[in-house]
Design a protein. Structure first.
Length: 295
């Protein structure tokens, strides 16, 4: 085993599945590693993973056991340090794990990688100076995620998602976006959504920018321009299948830094976690800024 490893286990991830697997997880981790070199922490509340990752020893491995939200907390906790992030992907979305080639691994394989896998740099995203690993989505998709928070509790899965989509569509009023790249305005006009990505997918495998590369030092950006309610209903299935790229109202850009400026505060999510709505998102990539453990 290589150095000290902290496992950050989120019992709420995978819709509570991780919580149900706690004993099994702890036993399997202890089977695979020497107990003096391992620490297992079960997070107590949202945000706890950031603190755990921050206080892990310098140069150590910090393994997010959960989904993209857990990964996001570990990324925030280790950004700017010499610690490396690993993932045991047991969330519902797992887009970060997909980005680094880990999402098809079973528990044993993921654990072996976490403990013994090589450490490779990938790019680190910063949005208004806050780190992210895989994705930043601004606009419609974040509004849907916000809406889902207030959906009736008896609605779960797809019905909850549909309720949220149609709830947002009912009051749809597109903000005006100015997207600026290196001081030049590259898009101006109404915008359904903007994605500023390190990964090619978000939302559990939606290939919003299919050719994004997490080691090219660049943000892969997609802007969905003006869409009517009916247009949104039409584009969503194409988006999910990756058949949106030739749509005339979809625009793609690539660059090391962008500023997305709106005429009003617009909701956003970073690695799938909702962040405070803002009128301006300043985004850039730190090339090789995040150490990742991968096979
Ligand atoms: N002890 C806890 N109790 C409740 N929520 C927690 C706890 N620890 C962490 N969280 C929060 O759980 C949320 C969901 O975690 P995560 O995203 O990892 O799982 P997921 O939603 O199943 O996966 P994905 O984002 O890949 O779909 C995160 O916002 C995280 O902050």
């Amino acid at each position: 085993m290589s150095g000290f490893t902290t496992f950050v286990i989120n019992p709420a991830a995978g819709r509570g599945r991780v919580g149900q697997m706690l004993r099994q997880l702890e036993a399997t981790i202890r089977q695979h590693g020497r107990s003096s070199d391992i620490e297992i922490i079960v997070t107590q509340a949202p945000g706890h993973g950031i603190e755990v990752a921050r206080s892990a020893p310098a140069g150590s491995r910090v393994i997010a056991v959960g989904g993209d939200g857990t990964v996001h907390e570990v990324v925030r906790g280790i950004a700017g340090s010499d610690k490396a992030i690993g993932v045991i992907p047991i969330g519902s979305g797992n887009d970060f794990a997909r980005m680094v080639g880990l999402h098809r691994h079973d528990l044993g394989a993921a654990l072996r990688t976490a403990l013994h896998g090589g450490i490779h740099p990938i790019d680190l995203g910063l949005v208004n100076n806050q780190p992210y690993g895989a994705s930043l989505g601004i606009g419609f998709d974040a509004a849907v995620a916000r809406k889902a928070l207030s959906a009736p509790t008896f609605l779960r899965g797809m019905p909850r998602y549909l309720y949220s989509i149609f709830g947002v569509l009912k009051d749809l009023q597109l903000p005006t976006l100015e997207l600026i790249q290196n001081g030049q305005t590259v898009y101006q006009g109404p915008s359904l959504l903007v994605a500023l990505m390190n990964a090619s997918t978000y939302g559990g495998g939606i290939p919003i920018v299919p050719d994004a590369i997490p080691t090219d030092g660049l943000i892969s950006a997609a802007v969905a321009g003006e869409f009517s309610r009916l247009g949104v209903v039409g584009i969503l299935p194409r988006l999910i299948l990756g058949r949106h790229v030739h749509h005339p109202r979809l625009h793609f850009f690539r660059g090391a830094e962008f500023t997305a400026r709106f005429d009003r505060p617009v909701p956003a999510h970073s690695d799938g976690e909702l962040i405070e709505p803002a009128t301006e998102y300043r985004v850039h990539m730190v090339p090789g800024g995040l150490k990742v453990i991968r096979p």
